[in-house]
Design a protein around this ligand. Sequence first.
Ligand SMILES: [Fe+2]
Ligand SMILES: [Fe+2]
Length: 168
Amino acid sequence: MATEKTLNDLFLDTLKDIYFAEKQILKALPKMARAAQSEEGKAGFLQHRDETQGQIERLEQVFELLGKPARGKTCEAIQGILAEGEEIMEEYKGTAALDAGLISSAQAVEHYEIARYGTLKSWANQLGMKEAVSLLDATLQEEIATDRKLSVLAEGSANDKGSQKTAS
Ligand SMILES: [Fe+2]
Ligand SMILES: [Fe+2]
């Protein structure tokens, strides 16, 4: 008979998933900053890199609250999303659509994170882990804010360079 798994186990497994994901994102953001053509894009990716460092530390605090070692668990979803981003960097290098592509990859990352942190926050709440709720919510709010900034950048880049329209 299978051992009984609880919401506590699911919470810990999902925490490991996002911990792994954040570490991959931390490595990917400087590459995206180097690839970005616009100054706002570069600055935005670097700023989020710094935030990501803080988010990793918050996750370590949540592991500590659980009395568990901070350990990642391979997250194939984030590996796939980041691999697509690298493909765009290669295939659109030097083109007018590069930044639009980078922003779209970054938004896919943010949406994954928002999904994970939203779930973790709600489970922490159900498990009565008040401190974890506020740590997870702090990161969730940063991810939401980043997603909004990316939407603004996307409109800018689509309007100037990425567009194929030529002035007549
Ligand atoms: Fe993050
Ligand atoms: Fe993020």
